[in-house]
Design a binder for this molecule. Sequence first.
Ligand code: C5P
Length: 227
Amino acid sequence: MSKITIAIDGFSSTGKSTVAKQIAKHLGYVYVDSGAMYRAVTYYAMQNGLIGDNDFNKEALIYQLPKINISFKFNESLGFAEVYLNDENIEKQIRTLEVSNFVSQVATVSEVREQLVKQQQKMGQDKGVVMDGRDIGTVVFPNAELKIFMTASAETRAKRRYNELIERDDDVAYKDVLKNVQNRDYIDSNREDSPLIKADDAIEIDNSDLSLDEQFEKVLQLVRMTL
Ligand code: C5P
């Protein structure tokens, strides 16, 4: 059976990566978390003092982009690929609320996007890939055979993200997580370069009231209809 490209876009914390991982595993496809790549660049910027509460040295970040090498390595025991920044595993470090608070600003920088989009296109050049993000169906793979756009209410999404962070022992308040989700939605949807929009040919799924199993079945059904 010939392989296809599956693009899953949508707002923050809609559970895109959960279903993308399940589908990739089921089909034996590669899963790419494009958000992790923007988070990795953000983590680099934070570590190198290029972004903070009141300042963002965009020019310095652009200048240092060639030094930022992002890669993924499959972790057998976890069953998915973890993200590395210049050979350091930063999977845990990039999931903090602090990184979430800066990532959307970093993702507005066209030079950052250009570098990451090129790498994403290379990773998907042989098809057989499930990639999730904000611009996968519109910019990275406009010819993807299957495009899905995930939505859910901001409160539902913030609750899910809050639970995830609490499970990891992160000391966060629900109201800060909700604020972060709403801020990111706003910046991601209103930026000039590659804003988050539903591709004309994407199928929208609102998963506010769907269980993980129901969501998986729904997406799998779409995959079967596309193959
Ligand atoms: O998917 P995740 O929530 O980890 O993405 C983090 C951030 O990275 C998003 O809020 C967005 O600002 C940025 N992003 C993007 N384009 C993508 C994936 C993520 O701009 N394809």
